[in-house]
Design a binder for this molecule. Structure first.
Ligand code: NAD
Length: 483
């Protein structure tokens, strides 16, 4: 496949088992070059209605809900296997539209396949319970799907985040309408080609492409949907929750983060440096659970600043297709926001140790890996999500202060501690207000481990067995038995 083949294609919506033409399209660009590579459909309000009608008909048919759950499991294993045959195509397209390294784009498709395999194994294990009420009653619970589950997907890991919610939703018997992100919608089309090829009931899985403010807003405010699963920014999430509250539509919210890793005096610094390399600079820092603040004990502060900055300076920044360590950020707008935050951090008194600027010698949207030291916990750079390759290093003197700094933002997605002492590692998690805690390795865990936020980082959990709880409602049945 070459660039031209990608460019020749106008990518469409997938509704009721068919690829739908569209009157309007959005140009999709390669952030590594700034050039347009394809165009993606914009689903109109009529397309949104068509998808909801098709989804409702699928719910009513019972094709997913009332079938034997093992049938859903088989369907999901077929989807996983179709995804696996498309990993190279999907990775290539994902790399072109996001600029991320090819290996990372490949890992996303592998992860998408794993989600379907993992939740296929759960489809026939979503069990209720029997509740003892005494001789005159039989009481039991059924865990039922919501019905039409709407999933809004962000641009940073579109195929894997889509699979993260789609797989458990289908396992539980929901019918799903997905809205793709406008900046990186193409790799998700490959995912939906896999779904189409695997064979799913008509209307069971639908894809709408387009802008958030039009297509997305029409979808989440549609009167006939039963659940919203939103992954994206706090600002959009809050506006969706407000709209959903009008109709009491339940939401899962996976929002932003400003996560801190605490480096205690006894930490293994090799582990710290490796964690910053992946935690701060993976996907050019465009990760909700990025390690964006390092809170370091004063006895090792200078050494940590020096080692982390040396690692950042050694990273090769370039087009993901040619195997660089770090690709571009997703758009010129995003690059401008990141640079602006770096400029304001300098003005506020943070010490720029390395980076801080865009790379002017490249045609795309490349940011230098950036490290700030002497950051005050109240500065904007230590409080607001940058969503770029920028680390803030903050000093602490005693343990209480470290936990206080780590918790002192409006977010609560992930947190980490670096220490060789078991007692510190075990005492830290209860003191950290976050949905997950890493010890000595940022991003430790997998699709099997629950993931989600506290505070403004959201609510509900994805991944692991616990995600199934987000996609079912419990119904209690109490039967009065004749004596
Ligand atoms: P965003 O909120 O701008 O957009 C996310 C999605 O919402 C896109 O598909 C967009 O088209 C859609 N959207 C925008 N306005 C809408 C509206 N009014 N109604 C319905 N849909 C609308 O976020 P983004 O810039 O794409 O993603 C980056 C953000 O996502 C960051 O804050 C990041 O931390 C967060 N994120 C969170 C997780 C997580 O699991 N917690 C994962 C990835 C990204």
């Amino acid at each position: 496949m070459n660039l031209l083949e990608v460019r020749d294609k106008s990518w469409m919506n997938f509704v009721n088992g068919e690829w739908l033409h569209s009157a309007d399209f959005i140009a999709v660009e390669n952030p590594a070059t700034g050039q347009v590579i394809a165009s993606i459909a914009v689903a109109s309000e009529d397309d949104v209605s068509r998808a909801v009608v098709a989804a409702r008909a699928c719910v009513a048919s019972g094709a997913l809900t009332r079938c034997r759950p093992s049938i859903r499991a088989e369907m999901m294993m077929r989807i996983a296997s179709e995804i696996r045959t498309r990993i190279e195509d999907g990775a290539y397209i994902g790399c072109l539209e996001s600029g991320k390294p090819l290996n990372a784009a490949r890992a996303e498709f592998e992860e998408a396949a794993r989600y379907f395999e993992y939740y296929a194994g759960m489809a026939d294990k979503i069990e209720g319970s029997a509740i003892p009420l005494g001789g005159a009653y039989l009481d039991y619970t059924i865990r039922e799907p919501h019905g039409i589950s709407v999933h809004i997907v962000p641009w940073n890991f579109a195929p894997s985040i889509c699979a993260r919610s789609l797989a458990p939703a289908l396992a539980a018997g929901n019918v799903v309408i997905v809205k793709s992100p406008e900046l990186t919608p193409l790799a998700m089309i490959i995912l939906f080609e896999a779904i189409e090829q695997a064979g799913v009931p008509e209307g069971a899985v639908n894809l709408l492409c387009g802008y958030g403010k039009t297509t997305g807003a029409a979808l989440v405010s549609h009167p006939d949907i039963d659940q919203i699963v939103f992954t994206g920014s706090v600002q959009t999430g809050v506006s969706i929750m407000k709209a959903a509250s009008e109709r009491s539509v339940p939401c899962v919210m996976e929002l932003g983060g400003k996560s801190a890793g605490i480096v205690f005096a006894d930490a293994n610094l090799d582990q710290v440096v490796e964690s910053v390399k992946s935690g701060t600079f993976y996907n050019a820092g465009q990760v909700c659970s990025a390690l964006s603040r390092l809170v370091v004990h004063d006895s090792i502060y200078d050494m940590v600043v020096e080692r982390v900055s040396a690692m950042a300076e050694a990273l090769e920044v370039g087009d993901g297709l040619v195997g660089a360590d770090m690709g571009p950020v997703v758009s010129e707008l995003q690059l401008g926001k990141i640079e602006g935050m770096c400029d304001r951090a300098k003005s506020a008194g943070a010490r720029l140790v390395t980076g801080g600027k865009r790379l002017h010698d490249k045609s795309g949207w490349f940011m230098q890996p950036t490290v700030f030291a002497n950051v005050d916990p109240n500065m904007e750079i230590a409080q607001a999500e940058v969503f770029g390759p920028v680390l803030s290093i903050i000093k602490f003197h005693n343990d209480d202060e470290a936990f206080e700094i780590a918790n002192a933002t409006r977010f609560g997605l992930v947190a980490g501690v670096f220490t060789q002492r078991l007692d510190i590692a075990l005492k830290a998690p209860p003191r950290l207000n976050a949905g997950q805690v890493f010890v000595n390795e940022w991003f430790a865990g997998g699709i099997e481990t629950p993931f989600g936020g506290n505070k403004m980082s959201g609510h509900g959990r994805e991944k692991g067995q616990e995600a199934i709880d987000s996609y079912v409602r419990t119904k209690n049945v109490a039967i009065s038995l004749p004596l």
